[in-house]
Design a protein around this ligand. Structure first.
Ligand SMILES: [Zn+2]
Length: 63
């Protein structure tokens, strides 16, 4: 596993129109689309799409 960055690449789905985009999730949980500021439909709410079955193993739960 190459841990070059703290930012993980994910897929994010628009909660309004179900469009899926490449996105990055920052360590603080923020989801930001790659190459877009938001969905063309006007929504800025996205949920992560879990395509592969990787277990959620984040050791950084310091809040
Ligand atoms: Zn949308």
């Amino acid at each position: 596993m190459a841990n070059r960055d703290d930012v993980s690449r994910e897929l994010a789905k628009c909660t309004e129109c179900d469009s899926v985009y490449a996105a990055r999730q920052w360590p603080n949980g923020d989801i930001q689309l790659i190459g877009n500021d938001g969905c063309p439909c006007g929504s800025a709410e996205f949920v992560l799409v879990d395509d592969d079955d990787k277990p959620a193993s984040d050791g950084t739960t310091a809040e």
